[in-house]
Design a protein around this ligand. Structure first.
Ligand code: ZN
Length: 327
């Protein structure tokens, strides 16, 4: 039998285009929606289930359409134990905001009772740091390099709304093998170093940065509520995804088969530092089963479990969202 790779003609386009989405494990689903849609003002673009565990929601929060590079997704487990940020994990998800927006966010977060760090500076950008109700590490990085338009439900002025990801921090014992993966197989380049933080980028735009924070003696993370499950990178199409899959297999990575996630196709592998990486296609996107105007309103199920909708709905705790409560 011919191998699938026999048919893959290498493309000239870059296989990796930046961050696609970041998926976290969370606790209570209602609190999760309250935080990401309510307080942070991200659009809940899809309410579905974890395709690998249909009794758990899968929420997607992003910009107006949930474009790749804006989508923070969660698996909220009712009563989940809290995990611990640590080595071998993506410890901080950084969102991008306007250069003048930190004061607005400091005041908004405090108003909702969220403790916020003092301002920090990193590679010339000001940022603030805080956690969601489960202890998830979040940063807002002010910059003037992001021309993406954020989403607003109305309360947050559009000029202050979150524009999408800025980047992500991986805490690792050492950087060498992960760096080699980023540089040799994923189009990334080393952008700079500040102390034990190494920054990697593609074209230098928000939405693509990956920082490795080297912490040789740090405590290992414990994956549960409040920690990130995986980091997904963008690839344009299923063709570039298959090319990437072959490239990773050649490097000796244990890569999964292509999985249909309805809104994109996915492959997964674990990078050498312990973080689960995914490569997800930019297509087809979240408007495939809902009108753009109604994104996130109904519980959407993939066709193959639609027949079990009654049982699935009965097992899920209902969630509501009233944007007017978050002005
Ligand atoms: Zn994913």
């Amino acid at each position: 039998m011919l191998e699938a790779s026999f048919f893959i003609v290498p493309s000239m386009q870059p296989l990796i285009l930046g961050i696609h989405h970041i998926t976290a494990i969370s606790g209570d689903p209602q609190q999760n929606v309250n935080f990401y849609a309510g307080i942070l003002g991200l659009r809940l673009v899809k309410k579905t289930i974890n395709f690998d565990a249909p009794d758990v929601y899968h929420f997607y929060f992003g910009d107006a359409l949930g474009r790749p590079g804006t989508v923070f997704t969660t698996f909220p487990f009712v009563g989940a134990m809290r995990g611990r940020k640590g080595v071998g994990e993506l410890t901080y998800t950084a969102f991008s905001v306007g250069i003048e927006s930190l004061e607005y966010w400091e005041s908004r977060l405090k108003r909702f009772g969220i403790p916020v760090s003092d301002r920090l500076t990193r590679f010339g950008h000001s940022l603030i740091r805080f956690e969601d109700q489960d202890g998830m590490g979040i940063e807002l990085i002010a910059n003037g390099e992001d021309d993406r338009e954020g989403w607003t439900y109305g309360a947050i002025p559009i000029e202050h709304s979150i524009k999408g990801f800025f980047g992500a921090t991986l805490a690792l014992r050492s950087k060498e093998l992960t760096e080699r993966l980023l540089l040799e197989s994923m189009n990334y380049r080393l952008h700079g170093q500040e102390g034990n933080r190494f920054r990697y980028g593609l074209d230098g735009k928000p939405g693509e940065w990956v920082d490795i924070l080297v912490d040789p003696n740090g405590q290992r993370g414990v994956q549960s509520a409040g920690t990130v499950h995986h980091l997904a990178f963008r690839t344009a199409t299923t063709d570039t995804q298959l090319e990437m899959q072959q490239c990773l297999i050649k490097q000796g990575y244990g890569v999964t088969e292509v999985r249909d996630r309805n809104y994109f196709m996915s492959i997964y592998f674990r990078e050498p530092g312990g973080v689960l990486f995914e490569i997800a296609t930019d297509v087809p996107g979240f408007a495939i089963d809902e009108d753009e105007a109604q994104l996130g309103e109904a519980l959407k199920l993939p066709d193959w479990v639609e027949g079990k909708r009654k049982q699935i709905e009965a097992a899920l705790k209902p969630v509501t969202f009233t944007p007017e409560n978050y002005v």
